[in-house]
Design a protein around this ligand. Structure first.
Ligand SMILES: [Zn+2]
Length: 374
């Protein structure tokens, strides 16, 4: 709370100074302070919604590992001390529940279950808790699978592909290149290469932070940055592909800033910075709080302040569009993961992080960024 007061005090000071030159500045600063106060309440309502979902059997079974991550990251990186405390205690409760349901990694664990273990282990590490014995089990389990099994492709030798389908509605994961399901013959939906890349970035990064190689090294996934540029824009592009590309870029930010630990200098990722800024207005107009939340969160990581017009625009949108139940997005959406993830990203778009300076999570990978920004 002290930190929030400090921010208000800064605004008050700034408004006094600006007031000498620009009478309108006082009004703008007052609005910015009001927005911060409104954000605190909204964020807690959003977290309450997610926690209610996490407390149901369905919600926990389908999304438990990521919900532990959600609370752990909010608890580890928020500037507001009361928010940190609330989120940490919920993360610990959920992690304990997860640990009771999954005490050891089963010998026949699927790639999805191994990923769940990795995510929970990562969440615990963000709370300062490590379980070396469990991490060793996860490491062994991950080694049973190839990069192809875990990531859908092998980033050592090829860029993210565009011939990977989503799992079929019948549950089967079909082979690469399939257009119809082998089991039920339905037409398959193909993932964009940006979607494949985004997941590989996140999963290899999070794994490595726990000492687990999840199919490949993070550096081997990140090195395809030049091949993924320029990012798609314009009316001619498939909307879903543009959306996936934006999510891929926010995950470059998240992995390189250690999921909200560090600020990033825009000069390290100039094309990504411009691309994110260019998409804020569209996310508001298209009523896409899930995308908007990550856009605001990432742009704040690049140093945009709460008083920046794009942050103000997006914050206003999120504060106005929160549902009665505290969630964001379509309240009639049946996919509980989508409802939770949308609410999670909106919270991230609204909250203020306690940045630990400007640096890369992996300073050794800076040459990859330099090589590709020419
Ligand atoms: Zn099928």
């Amino acid at each position: 709370m002290l930190l929030i007061f400090r921010e208000c005090a800064t605004f008050a000071l700034a408004s006094q100074q600006d007031n000498l030159l620009h009478p309108r500045a006082t009004l703008l600063m007052t609005k910015a302070t009001d927005q911060i106060a409104g954000s605190e309440t909204s964020i807690k309502r959003g977290l309450d919604f997610i926690y209610r979902v996490a407390s149901t059997a369905d919600g926990f079974d389908s999304y438990g590992s990521l919900l532990v991550c959600c609370f752990a990251l909010v608890g580890a990186t928020s500037r507001d001390a009361s928010l940190r405390q609330l989120a940490r205690s919920r993360a610990q409760k959920l992690a304990q529940r997860w640990g009771r349901a999954y005490r050891v990694v089963p010998p026949d664990a699927s790639p999805d279950l191994v990923l769940d273990f990795v995510l929970v282990s990562y969440a615990l590490s963000r709370l300062g808790l490590r379980d070396a014995a469990l991490n060793a089990q996860i490491r062994t389990a991950a080694k049973r699978f190839s990069a192809q099994d875990l990531l859908g492709f092998n980033p050592v030798s090829e860029p993210p592909p565009d011939d990977l389908s989503y799992p079929c509605a019948c549950g089967l994961k079909n082979q690469r290149g399939s257009t119809f399901c082998r089991q039920c013959r339905k037409r398959l939906e193909i993932q964009s290469r940006y979607r494949v890349w985004m997941e590989a970035l996140a999963n290899t990064y999070v794994g490595e932070r726990c000492g687990i190689q999840f199919g490949a090294r993070y550096s081997d996934v990140l090195k395809w940055l030049p091949a993924m540029r320029p990012y798609p824009v314009g009316a001619d592009e498939d909307e879903e592909v543009v959306r996936d590309a934006i999510f891929a870029v926010t995950h470059i930010v998240y992995t390189l800033n250690d999921y909200n630990n560090y600020r990033l200098a825009p000069r390290w990722l100039p094309q990504e910075f411009v691309y994110l800024k260019a998409n804020v207005e569209a996310a508001c107009v298209q009523h896409d709080p899930e995308l908007l939340g990550e856009l605001l969160d990432s742009l704040k990581a690049f140093g945009l302040r709460t008083s920046h017009p794009l942050i103000r625009r997006g914050t206003r949108y999120l504060l106005d569009e929160q549902n009665e139940d505290g969630s964001w997005g379509d309240p009639d959406e049946s996919n509980i993961r989508t409802r939770c993830h949308t609410t999670w990203t909106a919270i991230d778009g609204l909250r203020t992080c306690a940045w630990r300076g400007e640096r890369l999570s992996r300073p050794d990978l800076k040459p990859i960024l330099k090589r590709s920004s020419g």
